[in-house]
Design a protein around this ligand. Sequence first.
Ligand SMILES: C[S@@+](CC[C@H](N)C(=O)[O-])C[C@H]1O[C@@H](n2cnc3c(N)ncnc32)[C@H](O)[C@@H]1O
Length: 223
Amino acid sequence: MALTRNLRRPTEYVTMLNGEYSDWAFNEERAPRLKSKWREEFAVSSEHPLDLEIGTGNGYFFAHLANTNPERALVGIELKFKPLIQSIRRAVRGGAKNARIIRYDAVRLDDLFATGELNNVYIHHPDPWLKKRQWKHRLIQTEFLVELYRLMRPGSFVDFKTDSRDYFEWAVPLFKASPFMLARETWDLHKSEWQSENFVTHFETIFLNKGQPIHYARLTKAE
Ligand SMILES: C[S@@+](CC[C@H](N)C(=O)[O-])C[C@H]1O[C@@H](n2cnc3c(N)ncnc32)[C@H](O)[C@@H]1O
């Protein structure tokens, strides 16, 4: 992961990350300094819920979550500068004071969060890496799930959605073998009992418009 400050030609989004949005957006050098201190950053108690969205994209869900849950704190992780700024800008313009965004590679969550620091985690339509030689790049891996479990508080959940049947077929056995409990599993979210509570993300719209089913799982960490 290239450091933001080493970029030869910083775009307007890079400039915003380190300037106008620096109270809400953290580059890969500033963010790890907040490991174990995210609740202090939000000026909330140690009991306050702190949720995470991985791969916010252009941030419709991120902003929705922040704006509809002012009693919870929300951190987003995004690698690309433009969606990162779109996400935090959307949340802040919606009035959110409870959202922060980090430019980081989500594979390395351990750099950012301490054991038990996180509550609920959302992973919506991660890059599917369809070719066999690319599978190693998929976010969902045995070690990743063990790490995520450690970083989360008992009684929390992970929501995972993908439009890729290949990725879901890969992920479900890993979910079942992980320390989490697989509390929900559907191969067609929009025909399932969980459809009414679902927020349709930007990527989800694209695949729904093509008539593709959305696959969904919820993993829980027991109390
Ligand atoms: C296919 S998009 C989905 C965006 C959004 N969640 C949605 O449903 O519309 C995946 C997003 O994850 C980001 N991403 C991919 N790999 C990542 C990683 N290792 N760490 C952080 N973000 C990542 C990409 O930059 C992209 O914005």
